[in-house]
Design a protein around this ligand. Structure first.
Ligand SMILES: Nc1ncnc2c1ncn2[C@@H]1O[C@H](COP(=O)(O)OP(=O)(O)OP(=O)(O)O)[C@@H](O)[C@H]1O
Length: 529
């Protein structure tokens, strides 16, 4: 073969390879569009259509193909070949997030291009890919920058022309208009199948990456906002979606000092029925509503956060202000949408913090009609939970349980008193907060004994005050030290005098209403110490 012919056939091979690459990228985008549509991510779908200049009305995935099937087949193939499930995603450090890496790659590429490419000539995705392959072959790119460059190339490919044709291309075919439109219809709250994978149902791959993968699955993969009917309800739904805790709050049971009985009861009421549903049937059907009550700052919210971390349910963190202030006239609708969304995202936990603010006794003090309607709606919705098998659990918290509407109390079947911490719990908190900062000879047991009547929050304030004192001394020193001094500033350890002074400066805040709590507990409650 002549030299010219060789060059020509090399060129043709390269062009063919570039065309295949472009097609593969386009097909991938179409499969992503189809996936977004099937899963109901309407906003993302619209944005990607615009950005990639593609439309499912013109080109769609072939009937027998979708991303989930491809993933599954790849996993099966990988397992068959290598004897273990593939690792598909990894956690990403803060410094590695998408935006900066894209910027960096852009910067690097622009710099390298400017030396080899005529000014003003745009780079094609294929050229960039070729350059990358060449560099990678020459060992110039390490694994990370290659991954970052791949992400950048993916961004480049978004600009590809649609190249819509009537012919079938691998996995992608021209669609009927109806299929794209159908996805919108499929999204009613009641009608939509619960198809998206949730953190709690996704399997964790075996092998040494299992722990990392489990960590990645910790955040909950939320389904998109369903079609709630009107734009007004959609707005309310969007407001509630903002109150869903998506990342696990990472509070473990052992982070809550003391309160063994409260923890046991909550595990029994919420965590175990979700883990072992087959055991909690009939007379053992799980509680639908639990009330945590007790003095302020004793760890009720902390317990709720531990439940959220432990259960992996969709956790609606609803405070009184969410329901009342923003939507005064709409609170009743908001409550309905809240329970609709909880059903849609089940298993769900609805945490109503400061529930006395929204569920005080009805008809007292010239109550507004809208507030009455909202309370009635909440009660109706909770009744619905008792009757349905929906895996929705209402966790309410209050400092003033005696002010709650009697009908709500009845629906919150389990009422757990969260008392002031005992001496051992106070000591445990002090050890965690101050242990490493105190002089070695100091006994925190003595300090714990001196804090009788403190709530957990008071103990935290005391610890902060004690820790501040050495810092204040250091600040005072820094003010007088001349700038030329080479002495290394350091914070002293906390002394007994610091602890004593902090104790004197911190007053307990939670000792009020002691007799009322006792009375309420003897009438309705269950001690949770
Ligand atoms: N049992 C506990 N163990 C560890 N920390 C606690 C405990 N109780 C309270 N705290 C500390 O006090 C802070 C406030 O607690 P939390 O918000 O849970 O109290 P609360 O009972 O919900 O108060 P309120 O009724 O006023 O809303 C917590 O962030 C934590 O630092």
């Amino acid at each position: 073969m002549s030299v010219l012919q060789a060059i020509k056939s090399q060129n043709q091979a390269r062009e063919l390879e570039d065309r295949r690459l472009q097609l593969r990228r386009r097909n991938l985008l179409v499969l992503i569009l189809r996936h977004l549509c099937d899963q109901g991510y309407v906003q993302a779908l619209e944005k990607l259509c615009t950005e990639a200049n593609l439309s499912l009305a013109k080109v769609d995935a072939a009937d027998n193909i979708d991303l989930l099937t491809i993933m599954q087949e790849y996993e099966d193939f990988y397992e068959f070949k290598f004897g273990r499930r593939p690792k598909l995603v990894r956690s990403v450090g803060a410094e590695e997030v998408m935006a900066p890496s894209v910027k960096t790659v852009l910067g690097q590429r622009n710099a390298s291009e400017s030396s080899t490419r005529p000014p003003g000539k745009p780079v094609s995705g294929a050229m960039a890919a070729r350059e990358r392959r060449e560099k990678a072959a020459a060992g110039q790119l390490d694994r990370k920058s290659e991954a970052a460059a791949r992400r950048k190339a993916a961004m480049d490919s978004v600009k590809l022309p649609p190249e819509v044709g009537a012919q079938r291309v691998a996995g992608v075919t021209v669609s009927s208009e109806g299929r794209a439109a159908a996805c919108h219809d499929a999204m009613s709250v009641s009608g939509r199948p619960l198809s998206s994978t949730t953190a709690s149902t996704a399997g964790v791959p075996d092998g040494q990456d299992g722990a990392e993968q489990a960590g990645l699955l910790h955040g909950r993969l939320l389904k998109p906002l369903p079609d709630l009917g009107s734009s007004e309800l959609r707005e309310l739904g969007a407001a509630i979606m903002r109150d869903i805790i998506q990342q696990s709050p990472a509070v473990r049971w052992q982070d809550v000092a003391g309160l063994q009985e409260a923890k046991r009861l909550l595990q029994e009421a919420v965590v175990l029925p979700l883990k072992y549903p087959q055991l909690f049937t009939g007379i053992l059907a799980p509680w639908k509503g639990v009330l945590l009550y007790g003095p302020p700052g004793t760890g009720k919210t902390l317990l709720a956060r531990a439940v959220a971390s432990e259960c992996q349910t969709t956790f609606f963190n609803i405070s009184a202000s969410t329901i009342v202030s923003k939507y005064r006239g709409d609170s009743e609708k908001l409550v309905r949408v809240l329970f609709d969304l909880a059903r849609y995202h089940e298993p769900s936990t609805i945490f109503l913090d400061e529930c006395d603010a929204v569920m005080g006794a009805r008809g007292e003090g010239g109550e507004h009609e809208a507030s009455r309607r909202m309370k009635t709606e909440l009660l109706t919705q909770m009744d619905g939970l008792q009757q349905s098998g929906a895996r929705i659990f209402v966790l309410a918290a209050t400092n003033l349980p005696w002010q709650l509407d009697a009908a709500l109390l009845r629906r919150l079947e389990k009422r757990i008193f969260v008392p002031l911490p005992e001496c051992t719990a106070r000591q445990q908190m002090l050890e965690v907060l101050l242990g490493a900062r105190c002089q070695p000879a100091i006994s925190l047991a003595d300090l714990a004994e001196g804090t009788a009547g403190f709530s957990g929050c008071d103990v935290a304030c005391l610890a902060k005050e004690a820790a501040m004192r050495p810092l204040r001394r250091l600040m005072a020193q820094l003010e007088v030290v001349p700038p030329s001094s080479t002495a290394e500033p350091s914070v002293d350890q906390i002394s007994q005098t610091d602890l004593q002074a902090a104790l004197e400066a911190t007053k307990p805040t939670a000792h009020v209403h002691k007799s009322k709590y006792e009375q309420f507990t003897s009438q309705y409650g269950q001690p949770g110490a």
